[in-house]
Write a protein that binds this ligand. Structure first.
Ligand code: SAM
Length: 188
């Protein structure tokens, strides 16, 4: 069940249909958005994965030697990811992981080549705390792509989030265009 006691503004699983449909595929192609940063065999994190719109394609890109951790607060979102993993025969690559609003909760043994946070950082309660947890999950040469929606997150708010990321030790690598929102590529 969606937990209405989540603090802040969390996109309900009841909106999952808007996050995974053929129309979105026309405008936000996962291969164009995440493809340039993923190689076969990579470890990938999809933070705030929702119904797994990006997880499925990223698992195909990472291939049988790779791993994708699909992370979300909501069990209902993760159930959809599991369902699609089975349909696409990707259960050996995708690991669903339920986190809390305070903690991502992935072990220190997991270090990612690529981390995606698509339309989700503005929903986190404490951006600084969240981003420092993200940083700890990255390989030294890893990349973190953060994309925020134009309609929900003003330029000013986005720049505040980017500054918070830099304050936690991220380095700005790129401002890639064509990612479907306000975008930044970060490294450590
Ligand atoms: C607008 S949806 C985007 C889903 C997905 N990234 C996509 O683009 O299709 C935001 C998602 O982030 C999740 N979320 C919000 N706060 C979170 C947090 N602190 N940790 C993990 N997931 C979170 C919500 O449950 C929701 O599924």
């Amino acid at each position: 069940m969606y937990n209405p006691s989540f603090k802040g503004d969390v996109c309900s699983h009841r909106h999952a249909i808007f996050l995974d449909n053929f129309i979105r595929r026309l405008f936000q192609n996962p291969k164009k958005i995440a493809g340039p940063y993923i190689n076969p065999g990579d470890t990938v994190l999809d933070l705030g994965c929702g119904p797994g719109y990006f997880s499925i394609d990223m698992a195909k890109m990472a291939g049988t030697g790779g791993r994708v951790f699909s992370v979300d607060l909501q069990e209902e979102m993760l159930s959809r990811v599991v369902q699609k993993s089975v349909q696409n025969r990707l259960t050996g690559i995708i690991t669903p992981h339920r986190c809390t609003q305070e903690n991502i909760g992935l072990g220190p043994e997991i270090k990612a080549d690529f981390i995606l946070a698509y339309y989700m950082v503005h929903e986190t309660l404490d951006h600084g705390k969240f981003l420092s947890q993200v940083r700890a999950l990255m390989k030294p040469e890893g990349r973190f792509l953060m994309v925020e929606p134009l309609f929900h997150v003003s330029r000013k708010k986005f720049e505040q989030i980017v500054k918070t990321a830099m304050d936690t030790g991220f380095i700005l690598k790129d401002r890639p265009p064509g990612k479907g929102g306000r975008s930044v590529l970060l490294g450590i």
